[in-house]
Design a protein around this ligand. Sequence first.
Ligand SMILES: CC(C)(COP(=O)(O)OP(=O)(O)OC[C@H]1O[C@@H](n2cnc3c(N)ncnc32)[C@H](O)[C@@H]1OP(=O)(O)O)[C@@H](O)C(=O)NCCC(=O)NCCS
Length: 206
Amino acid sequence: MQDMATVFNTFPVLETERCTLRAVTPDDAPAIFHIWNDARVTRYIGRPPMVSMDEALKRVDVFRTTFEEQTGVCWAIDHGGQVVGTFVFWNLEKEHFRAEIGYVLAPEWWGKGLMIEVARAALRFGFTDMGLHRIEAQVDPENAASRRVVEKLGFVQEGHFRDYYYDPVEARFTGNAVFALLKPSWLRRTEADAGGLRGVPPEAEF
Ligand SMILES: CC(C)(COP(=O)(O)OP(=O)(O)OC[C@H]1O[C@@H](n2cnc3c(N)ncnc32)[C@H](O)[C@@H]1OP(=O)(O)O)[C@@H](O)C(=O)NCCC(=O)NCCS
């Protein structure tokens, strides 16, 4: 299996049609704050909206430390010089070739296909350069946009944990839909897309 250590030598910058995925810097704190200060963004994430720039700076620090400690890769989504969101691989389990994804976009950029575009580039990096075998996503079952994103990418839902998290903002329990995409399935879809068969349905893998 691939040695993942080399991935962490230099921060990987990825280019998509409309965006650059790059390392988050302290200068991005105002943009991070703008995104996470919006209740529409945090609604299904189980955290209250950020209320101070200090929280944004701490988040930047977590993003940077994640890469330094080799427990994930956190990208700023840079669109024409403006940070419009973040995409992360976290909870990296190197020995099991597995990681989880997390993503947010500022609401003014929703519905333009940006997250699908960004996620495709990040998944390619995860399965090829990082050598991951399994990529997971945990989604609030009520988060229709996020469910649609992972389903479009070919993730298969493997479980639905009822009342898994307590959301203090809305004072209610929320479920957790666990999705995963395996490398062989991703490869099949990628090859089918290249051959003009875009939209091949995900296969039942278990
Ligand atoms: C989830 C999120 C990143 C989606 O980003 P986006 O760039 O708007 O998504 P895309 O434009 O790439 O759309 C992907 C698909 O989802 C669909 N979609 C978008 N919003 C939707 C909604 N509210 N309900 C149902 N489907 C939706 C789109 O129509 C598209 O499907 P289609 O191509 O078949 O039409 C964005 O809504 C977001 O940042 N939400 C808040 C943070 C969050 O919940 N993150 C995920 C935590 S698990």
